[in-house]
Design a protein. Structure first.
Length: 319
């Protein structure tokens, strides 16, 4: 169902208004959720509001602390608050540092769910820089040929300036998102075959069983390798749990570079122009271009919202 973007924004803001978060924190969270809905990432949008109402009781940005500053590497304690706020703080810190140096890496620990991480990498790219971001979470993803979850959904994102705007690649080693499982369960829909196993280790298309079991990786052992890579970056490297518990001790990693970090900025621009042109000439599209179109369409025509999620959120607002 298509809902005017102003109405979706109003519902998000009214719901967040019930939390102890400051107005500024509410704005940061609302924008991230709205952008997810507008760009077709509904698993990171409205359906997260019930959990956010609970998680927000832990506090907001005032609990986030820079614990170690080595110039080019920063360590951040997220204070157990929403990962959206922690990742946003990391993106802002990165942009501030890049005004004075060519590179910075920021490791964040002790935070909750971070949402779609390409959103935060894009914040850095909008300032003219290149960003690589990664995050992990509670075990949801089984290794290839495995029978139990070990990894989080473990997205990895890259964002950089492009000829007509930021280019954003945001990928996960999981075949489905956690949010899509929630939506499928809410609507009584089956999930795609081969995407998950139940608690007994056998394949399932039942979303409820998948949530009790584990998701499966893309590309078999290659998906497992990608999940492992992210688990190292966002876990052990930044001082977060190697394998987090339930909603506990998630990590977030962000590395950011100026476009002149290794040479002339003009070379980067000409290189990106050639790369994107070659992709388009081959009949393809660059990462993030679809999201850009969907974002513009949502502004003009409204947001395509899952009916079950909209009903649940309406009930939440009415409480």
């Amino acid at each position: 169902m298509r809902i005017p973007i102003e109405r979706v924004q109003e519902v998000i803001e009214r719901t967040l208004g019930r939390t102890p978060l400051t107005v500024d924190d509410q704005r940061i969270v609302a924008h991230a959720l709205l952008d997810a809905e507008c760009t077709g990432r509904s698993g990171h949008g409205l359906n997260r509001l019930p959990a956010i109402l609970d998680w927000a009781t832990s506090g907001g940005s005032e609990r986030i602390v820079l614990t170690r500053d080595q110039g080019s590497t920063l360590s951040v304690d997220g204070g157990g608050v929403l990962g959206i706020l922690v990742a946003h703080r990391a993106a802002v810190l990165a942009c501030e540092r890049l005004a004075h140096q060519p590179f910075v890496a920021i490791g964040c620990r002790n935070c909750r769910h971070t949402n779609a991480i390409g959103y935060f990498a894009r914040i850095v790219a909008e300032e003219g820089h290149v960003a690589i971001a990664a995050t992990h979470c509670s075990p949801l993803l089984a290794p290839h040929d495995g029978h139990a979850p070990v990894f989080g959904t473990n997205p990895l994102a890259l964002a950089c300036p492009g000829p007509t705007g930021p280019i954003v690649a945001d990928v996960s080693p999981a075949r489905v998102t956690y949010g899509s499982l929630i939506n499928a369960k809410l609507n009584g829909e089956a999930i795609e075959p081969g995407a998950a196993i139940g608690p007994d280790g056998n394949p399932t298309t039942d979303a409820a069983e998948a949530l009790r079991g584990a998701m499966l990786p893309i590309a078999e052992h290659k998906g497992t390798a990608l999940a492992f890579l992210v688990q190292v970056l966002a876990g052990s490297l930044v001082g977060a749990s190697a394998v987090p518990g339930a909603l506990d001790e998630f990590g977030f990693f962000l590395a950011a570079f100026r476009t002149d970090a290794f040479g002339d900025a003009g070379q980067f621009e000409s290189g990106m122009a050639e790369l994107t042109r070659r992709v388009h000439d081959a009949g393809g599209q660059c990462p993030g271009e679809g999201s850009t179109r969907r974002r513009a369409h949502a502004q003009d025509e409204g947001v395509d919202v899952d009916p079950g999620v909209w009903k649940a959120v309406q009930a939440l607002v009415a409480d």
